[in-house]
Design a protein. Structure first.
Length: 365
């Protein structure tokens, strides 16, 4: 077996949510993994090199420490073991892992379960009672909101036992938790407020284009390009193409970019020139681009009469509604927003009139 050099090893090291590194390789056709138990990448690479040399000498088998431990103790699969395996084996983004882990621990905590408990202690009946307690007593509208919140927490928590991950666990036979689901409230059709708030907003932000270009651009990226604030804050200048912005989603790994045509001929130059020496379209640190600028935008939108909770996000929905209305295509709205067609249909199909058509026209022509 050829031993790669330190530089090549460092390229293949995978950082885990814990901050430690893991190295994966095929040895004799079998997948092997090694965790060098350190958060220092240089040290990790050196330890991996030593491990590979020992592998080549035939001193170790190709089974990881974690896999050996699971194999030895698989008769008692605990919540902690599931979590450990998930954090090592999952392919989802670190941010998603952190969120899913928080929901997982919340479900355990609120049902008086410990990480050291066997997973068999969790049942569909336990989850059903928990959902009922979250919903509590309230009017129908509030109950629907609480039910949606419970469904969202459960979806994140149970993703640890997703179909892709099941091969790594020894779970109870016919475990009803795997099939338990909570239906969420259907998305209500979205429509723009008619009190003049959008007209006021566009007028105001046009007026600060020179005096506060950062805030103006934040508004523009959401209202005229339909970006999520996480996308706008991380929008890179290499997204600027000849005829469009190529926007990469930070929500889903590996998803191809969506291409958004420039709304004005001057926008391309505006995006390039605002932060001439920087890598990103917006100026400032990551905290400023993904945090403080959106607080400023929300505060200003509040002054302009926006009343819903996610005021800046309302601009993105306004963008989607205009794409659907002006192109008569919910599918195109989904493409431009980076939504699924189902979400776009639920939000915007009610805005469109059903076009008239005649089937016989095709044979009568």
């Amino acid at each position: 077996m050829k031993i790669p050099n330190i530089k090549e090893i460092k390229k293949r090291l995978k950082e885990l949510p814990s901050g430690r590194f893991q190295y994966r390789i095929l040895i004799n056709g079998k997948r092997a993994k090694h965790s060098p138990e350190t958060t220092d990448k240089d040290i990790a690479a050196k330890r991996v090199k030593t491990w590979l040399e020992e592998q080549a000498a035939g001193n170790f088998d190709t089974v990881t420490k974690l896999e050996r431990k699971v194999e030895k103790e698989k008769a008692v699969m605990t919540f902690q073991k599931c979590l450990d395996i998930y954090e090592v084996e999952t392919e989802v983004k670190v941010k998603s892992v952190i969120g899913n882990r928080c929901c997982y621990k919340r479900i355990l905590r609120e049902n008086n379960l410990k990480l050291s408990d066997p997973v068999s202690k969790l049942t569909a009946q336990v989850l059903k009672k928990w959902v009922k307690s979250v919903i509590g007593k309230a009017d129908d509208e509030e109950k629907a909101k609480r039910k949606d919140k419970a469904a969202s927490i459960l979806r994140c928590a149970l993703s640890i036992w997703s179909q892709k991950m099941l091969e790594y666990y020894e779970l109870p036979e016919n475990w009803d938790v795997l099939s338990y689901k909570v239906s969420q409230t259907k998305i209500k059709g979205w429509s723009a407020a008619t009190d003049g708030r959008y007209e006021k907003a566009f007028s105001y932000f046009d007026s600060i284009k020179e005096s506060d270009p950062q805030l103006y651009l934040a508004f523009k990226l959401m209202s005229e390009y339909g970006m999520r604030n996480s996308e706008a804050g991380r929008a890179k200048k290499d997204w600027i193409k000849d005829h469009c912005l190529s926007v990469f989603s930070f929500k889903v790994d590996g998803k191809p970019p969506r291409h958004l045509p420039y709304q004005n001929e001057s926008d391309k130059k505006l995006f390039k020139d605002h932060n001439p020496e920087g890598e990103y379209i917006l100026r400032g640190t990551m905290t400023e681009r993904t945090g403080s600028i959106w607080r400023r935008l929300n505060d200003k939108l509040t002054e302009l009469g926006f009343t819903n909770k996610k005021k800046a996000y309302d601009l993105r929905k306004y963008y989607g509604s205009q794409v659907a209305l002006q192109t008569k295509s919910v599918w195109l709205a989904a493409e431009m927003l980076g939504n699924t067609p189902e979400v776009a249909k639920a939000n915007y199909v009610s805005l469109l009139e059903m076009p008239k058509f005649s089937i016989r026209k095709g044979v009568e022509a």
